[in-house]
Design a protein around this ligand. Structure first.
Ligand code: UTP
Length: 410
């Protein structure tokens, strides 16, 4: 399908974005075509959501969701491990690495996975991730399909890097790259930024886009063909997490839940992590900023905080359950970010401070679409070392300390 200049102008007019065509007449033919194509592909309605910034979505009735805690897991560990190993050996589990993010807080121009956290030797984030997955491969003695989500912004660099490093020992034919979709990025008034005269600024549409993107890029055909039933979705930046962890897989299968979520005990009642709960009787996650004092201080029957298990972005989804929800629209989150843009004089600006909004779907909203969820506790210091920043909380520094604590030489 194509769009003419007049059609593009009309479409932009409906959303108050006519400025996107400001430089059209100056452009070469190829750039004119590219801009019209980008306009055709863009969902401008997402930008409308910045009119509702600051309004918190109405939540349903929040009640506690019991987690499977460490002592309970320990008591049945062998049983779960055997169930998990069997499920993996039957080829029913795949891993999905969410690596489409921009990693703006870390501030590197390369994909986050290329970041070298080593001190005396090279240790790349991707290397740690692959190493962690290889542990499950070794235990199960079978290869596990690894789907890697990238975006337009980092796809080529990611593929090149992993290929050049021979996938850090992973079997290349078990690695499948796919790109997520992009969304326009705007200033605080909702005007889409221009990255150049022929291109709107865009950013990846959030980590909740992974399943639709797997569908749109043909990855679900592989899932179907290979008989994969469970997808372990995880973030690129937690360098300690276990992936396709047999005990976790076994527990979720045994409890007949359609999703499992690895959780850690919060280190303070007001820690900035989303916590597992039930919302109107369905599994859900309350974000830290939605957690009222009442919820923060609520106790369960043992006298422990009722909402104390934080999510770490490591979920095991039953594919069939996702299939059913694929057509549903997830809520859109408006996120304040630093957005590179072209100024009025045609100069390319890379802002030091946030200057506008990105529009994202989040994987955590998928949980509420699931009928049942098993929050599965893991030891925080052994499985949670996220790298968001260079220093401070959730940083290269804090992750290095945790890696050392776990006997990893840096
Ligand atoms: P974050 O929420 O930390 O976002 O992503 P980010 O873009 O990586 O980093 P900042 O906020 O700009 O500093 C959590 C996980 O979700 C993935 C990231 O790659 C990371 O694994 N993600 C995020 C995507 O795959 N796509 C997205 O659009 C956003």
């Amino acid at each position: 399908m194509e769009i003419t200049y007049n059609q593009a102008k009309k479409l932009l007019g409906e959303y108050g974005q006519e400025h996107v065509l400001k430089y059209y007449d100056e452009l070469e033919d190829a750039d004119k075509k590219a801009l019209l194509e980008q306009i055709l592909q863009t969902d401008f309605s997402v930008v409308e959501s910045c009119k509702h910034v600051g309004e918190t979505a109405e939540k349903g009735k929040i009640t506690p969701l019991k987690a499977m805690e460490l002592d309970e897991i320990e008591a049945e560990k062998e049983k779960y491990r055997q169930i998990g190993l069997k499920t993996i050996r039957e080829g029913r589990v795949a891993a999905v690495l969410l690596a489409g993010g921009m990693g703006t807080r870390l501030g590197s121009d390369d994909p986050k996975g290329m970041y070298n956290i080593g001190i005396t030797k090279d240790i790349y984030i991707f290397e740690r991730i692959v190493g962690n997955l290889l542990e499950a491969v070794k235990q199960a003695d079978t290869w596990i399909h690894l789907f890697v989500m990238t975006s337009d912004k980092n796809h080529d660099a990611t593929v090149k890097f992993l290929t050049e490093h021979s996938f850090f020992g992973y079997r290349g034919d078990y690695v499948h790259f796919f790109k997520q979709e992009m969304a326009p990025a705007s200033d605080y008034k909702g005007k889409i930024y221009m990255e150049s005269k022929s291109q709107m600024s865009t950013s990846p549409n959030g980590n909740g886009g992974w399943y639709i993107s797997m569908k749109n890029t043909g990855m679900l055909d592989i899932v179907k063909k290979e008989g994969i039933e469970w997808l372990n979705v995880f973030a690129v930046d937690n360098v300690l997490q276990r992936i396709a962890d047999p005990v976790f897989v076994g527990a979720v299968v045994d409890k007949k839940c359609v999703v499992g979520s690895k959780v850690v005990k919060k280190n303070a009642p007001d820690e900035k992590v989303g916590v597992m709960c039930l919302e109107d009787g369905r599994p859900s996650i309350v974000e830290y900023y939605e957690l009222t004092d009442e919820l923060m201080n609520a106790k369960d029957e043992k006298g422990d905080p009722a909402y104390q298990f934080g999510v770490i972005l490591n979920y095991l989804f039953q594919e069939d359950a996702l299939h059913k929800m694929a057509e549903k629209k997830l809520p859109l989150h408006v996120v304040e970010k630093k957005i590179p843009y072209m100024d009025g004089q045609g100069r390319k600006i890379k802002p030091e401070q946030p200057n506008g909004y990105k529009f994202e779907n989040l994987v955590l909203d998928m949980i509420h679409e699931m009928d049942s969820c098993l929050p599965f506790e893991v030891v925080r210091n052994k499985e949670f070392a996220p790298i968001k920043n260079k220093t401070g909380i959730d940083s290269v520094e804090s992750a290095r300390a945790l890696l050392r604590e776990n006997g990893v030489e840096l």
